[in-house]
Design a protein around this ligand. Structure first.
Ligand code: NIG
Ligand code: FE
Length: 416
């Protein structure tokens, strides 16, 4: 269906098909009093409501369905480039442990944390996983997310990792949010393996080839962390992924400073994620190799941890993307809006820089910047119409959903 969005107060959007770092990250254009024409799911024309030739254009295209944006803000659909979407086993019981002072890695060592979710995910059927994720995806969509990444990593055996990624395939055919899959068999070492080497062997020799065979993922991620996978093990797994066409991503320097950022540069990762404790050298390496920093302020907030050094990362011209890290442990939150608030307040990024981080740079972090991430002619018509007059309002007003309508590939898929 062709569509015209009329009466837009302002479109706020970054430009181009590449991630932007440093000063360029804040380069947003604000197009006032415009309309948008969408043909076959793509943005076909951006006109001015008061320009004669554009009014003519509208008259000649009268057979379009029309949406009235009521003079409000329009942005690209939000892109969430780091989630652990597919799981069974929420972990609300961990809240009281956290209040008592147990840390994230303490709970993992006690056999809780990720391993609790693994137990439940293994028991869940494919259909149960699909249904659980569908609820979260609907919440994401209602908060403006039109594309997200999803990591496996709660199966931790070949069968259940494949089950997780097959759920992504089904979800991509049965609801509007596009999901980009990442294989993360190296998320933790499952309880039944006393010998970590044996588990790594299975990840490398069984899981990765099968993921490739069924074409179930585009990226390979590793939890490079003290007591989980060390630098050498992470490198080995990511290199094996590369052999099978999986682009590397890394959970780098999330809880301890491990040299994960440096490793991301070394293996040519598309993104290094978390980076709370990344050192100067690691960040400089990211800059040299053009690795995108995916920052997750919701996780810092939820783990009561430090916040990544966004301003240093920006100074070094490393493009910053923002994500929810949606998962049942360290970040039980589907909303990128809260992430945007936190990024302004805790990272001291401007609303303009934040918008690029949740659109164009986020799209680049999942290899989609040529088709999504900005409101420009030729890109997919993934669009949010807000209940807000300007970008500042979204970054300032927190905890309330400010989305009015969401359009995915030219179709109205959510309306408040
Ligand atoms: O990004 N760090 C590892 N993975 C997630 C947490 C997953 C979980 O706790 O279930 C993260 O924080
Ligand atoms: Fe994560």
């Amino acid at each position: 269906m062709n569509l015209i969005i009329r009466n837009i107060g302002v479109i706020a959007t970054p430009h181009g098909e590449k991630a932007k770092g440093g000063e360029k990250q804040g380069e947003i254009s604000f197009l006032k009093n415009v309309f948008l024409v969408i043909k076959e799911g793509k943005i076909a024309y951006i006109g001015e409501e008061s320009k004669k030739t554009d009014i003519e254009y509208l008259k000649n295209n009268f057979c379009y369905e029309e949406i009235d944006a009521e003079g409000k803000l329009v942005t690209p659909g939000l892109v969430d480039p780091h989630t652990h979407l597919i799981f069974a086993g929420w972990r609300q019981k961990e809240l009281s442990l956290k209040i008592k002072g147990y840390k994230y890695l303490d709970i993992l060592k006690m056999g809780g944390g990720i391993l609790h979710t693994v137990e439940k995910t293994r028991k869940a059927t494919l259909e149960e996983l699909v249904q659980g994720a569908k609820k979260s995806l609907y919440t994401m969509l209602s908060y403006g997310t039109t594309t997200c990444e999803a990591k496996s990593g709660y199966g931790l055996n070949t069968e259940d990792e494949l089950k997780t990624l097959r759920a992504v395939k089904i979800l991509n055919e049965s609801q509007p949010v596009e999901i980009v899959p990442t294989f993360m068999g190296a998320h933790a070492v499952p309880k039944e393996y006393k010998d970590k080497r044996e588990y790594i062997r299975i990840v490398k020799e069984e899981m990765i080839p099968k993921v490739r065979e069924e074409n179930l993922a585009e990226f390979c991620d590793v939890f490079c962390e003290e007591g989980v996978f060390d630098l050498k093990e992470s490198e080995e797994i990511l290199e094996q992924g590369k052999k099978y066409g999986l682009i590397p991503k890394i959970h780098a320097d999330e809880i301890t400073s491990m040299g994960g950022a440096k490793l991301a540069a070394k293996v040519g990762a598309i993104s290094a994620e978390h980076l709370i404790h990344a050192d100067d050298e690691g960040i400089e390496e990211l800059a040299k190799k053009g690795v995108i920093a995916v920052l997750l302020p919701g996780t810092s907030f939820y783990l009561n941890e430090d916040f990544a050094r966004a301003n240093f990362i920006k100074q070094k011209n490393v493009p910053i993307a923002l994500a929810t890290d949606f998962n049942p442990g360290s970040s039980p939150n589907e909303s990128l809006q809260i992430v945007m608030n936190l990024a302004c307040l805790k990272y001291k990024l401007t609303p303009e820089e934040v918008l690029t981080a949740v659109t164009l740079n986020a799209a680049a972090a999942i290899n989609r910047a040529s088709t999504i991430g900005s409101v420009e002619i030729g890109k997919n018509a993934d669009i949010v119409i807000w209940e807000a007059e300007d970008l500042d309002f979204i970054c300032y007003h927190y905890g309330t959903n400010l989305v009015k309508r969401v359009i995915k590939k030219g179709k109205l898929v959510f309306e408040k």
